[in-house]
Design a protein around this ligand. Sequence first.
Ligand SMILES: Cc1ncc(COP(=O)(O)O)c(C=O)c1O
Length: 400
Amino acid sequence: MQLTERINRIQISPTAAVIAEADRLKSLGVDIADFGPGEPDFPTPDHIKKAAILAIEGNKTKYTPTGGIMPLREAICAWHKRELGSDYAPKECIVTVGGKHGIFNVISVLVQAGDEVIIPGPYWVSFPDIVKYAGGTPVYVQTRPEEGFSVKAAAIEKAITPKTKLLILNSPSNPTGGVVPPDEYARILAVCKKHNVWLMGDECYSHFTYAPHKPFSIASAPDSKNNVIIIGSVSKTFAMTGWRIGYTLGPAELVQALTKLQSQSTSNPTSIAQYAAVAAMTGPMDSIPVMLAEYDRRRKRIVEGLNAIPGVKCEMPGGAFYAFPNVAAHLSGGESGHAIAMDTAELAKLLLDKARVALVAGEGFGAPGYLRLSYATSIERIDEGLRRLDRFFTRVEAAA
Ligand SMILES: Cc1ncc(COP(=O)(O)O)c(C=O)c1O
């Protein structure tokens, strides 16, 4: 089939591929310890579901303005101000079909051939591919496990060239759980301002930060508005991944361009989901500390369990719900001297086939030698998965 050169620049998301294979095995009755999906295992809170039911019953089922209904844009701005200390008006806010759609649209309106986009690595799988699709060139800045995978302003400045258009900063990070502390984030913003580079903050995990970290938005920094674009989402914060509602905050002129693009592509996000999101943004937030406390318990359990496995090293993530262990010791050229696999792509496949554990290989995140395990699953399944991993790696060690 003759497809465009553009579509051939990108690949299907590697996380989606793992989830599909694990689901296929599960549908055949295979018992999988599943650390694949990057989504809360909690249900959407009742008051949000009720708002959607009311919207259906009240016939709020027609087209809405492209950029979202005014009550939702107002609610987003008020929520962001209250929770994260920003100061946006509805004309600086657009509702999108999830945070990913917002990222795609921002990159589409700002990035073209010849532009460079700085992406700290390990990175979320979609950032580079969206940049490539827009014709831009991703430029990676590696973060280090011993620094909690937190990027530094000096490293960003070193990577800036006259072609740099945008920096994508995802804190807390998927896949590493790395969190950029507010003082470093302010230094990064200063670097971006100095070099006239846009800073796009992906805050999809803003409310999943573990002490001593706190939810933070760079939009709360004084004088940030001309350089900063915020990507947010109700997906993780309110356990609403399937509803597909996100938002972008930024200068009004940029929001106008985003609205133009949206008007010629998706049109408005689903009307019913928008009414549900109004309830999320204006209603009680008591589900969040409950989820956070449970994730924290799981985080400690999984990191401890992983570090107890020979040849596995895992930092304690500061946010999100992913553990990101280094397993390079078990790969070709690794310290163990008896490699189980060439790379983590092969290792992840072996783990699914032989140990019945689903997880995502590091290659897709620009981190060969690492695995990503989502701990958005029950503590019982985490324990079962850890037992399987321990058995797998210990048996291979013993056989060597
Ligand atoms: C870092 C990051 N950004 C954005 C998203 C997009 O989420 P959604 O499109 O569901 O809002 C995800 C989802 O996994 C993510 O991990």
